[in-house]
Design a protein around this ligand. Sequence first.
Ligand code: NAD
Length: 351
Amino acid sequence: MAKTYGVGVIGVGGIANTHFPGWNESPYTELVALSDTVPETLERVGGAQGVTRLYEKAKDLINDPNVDIVDICTPNAFHTPLAVAALQAGKHVICEKPLAPTPADIRKMIKARDESGKLLMTAQHFRFQDRSRALKAEVDRGLLGEVYHARSWMLRRCLTPLRPGFYLKELSNGGPCIDIGVHILDLTLWMMGNPAPATVSGVTTNRLTKQPGAFSMWGGTIPAEHDVEEMAAAFVRFESGATLMLEVSWQLHHDTMGEDMQMWLYGDKAGVHWPSNVSVTAINETQQLTRTELQKAQGREPHAEECMVFADCVANGKPSPVPAEQSLQVIGILNALYQSAEKGKEVAVRL
Ligand SMILES: NC(=O)c1ccc[n+]([C@@H]2O[C@H](COP(=O)([O-])OP(=O)(O)OC[C@H]3O[C@@H](n4cnc5c(N)ncnc54)[C@H](O)[C@@H]3O)[C@@H](O)[C@H]2O)c1
């Protein structure tokens, strides 16, 4: 079968490397162009991937007629202008998380998407993990009954990213909420069926970061300019009456050396834990407790998988597997968390 869709990747630093295998393996796509503002990076990655259409200016890649799908892997601040330009040029767009750091930016992307009639997807790779998909299938089949409460957290102990794009508010719009909170929050909302959020009560702090000598295991002392939160917690109410407790951190005296990322979903029939996929119930008729490990499918590496699924949707006229409206919910909740922390009271979520 001819590979009918040319893919151009903008920003070929770290995460882009996890997307290339998906574009290469998909029966529908071919990696045809790359863009990066750093010429050495562009040449090196172009050589490694065997791609010769190399552009230092992203707009040249966007306007290349060989490119049908634009894959945005730049720092967050460039997601909106690049996605809007690509959609306006008639290209389908997959964009790394967070889709954009503010609800206003995501609304601009949705408008451009609707005017173009093309697909826009957020690269939320945790949805494409084998165990996430196995669990989602069970939840959708009704395993839990009505999910009325969830708890989720993504906690790092001493792992603040030391690049300004992460720790300066003017570049990132936030700390671990925007960096890793989007992962666990997106996954939790998706499992819950993306209920409409109503209100958020949240707190943030950066008290450990501001202690003398505060450091990150990723490279030493945390710069004094760091001006985002190091930790946040929130209680979210949904219009359905369901609730969620969320915790995220880069710095916290929590017993983990890497990342402690977990979720509990509680329904009126059963509860389930991710990533163990252990489900628990109480059977009233026999007054017994049950504990079952749900089957975990064997899947592809999730970043590659998300690209292959997007290619399939583009080629076969299916809707976006991670629609921008769902990313708007995620960023809307995190934005409300920040407002609530500042005001010291519960606030409404405005999308
Ligand atoms: N899904 C995940 O697990 C995951 C993990 C890490 C990063 N990310 C996301 O991926 C994005 C990139 O992060 P990264 O860690 O790969 O960063 P990175 O700094 O390693 O790579 C970004 C690249 O973009 C290039 N770039 C910057 N501005 C550009 C522009 N205007 N045009 C073209 N190239 C440009 C830089 O030179 C760099 O090579 C961020 O949005 C981040 O949140 C996602």
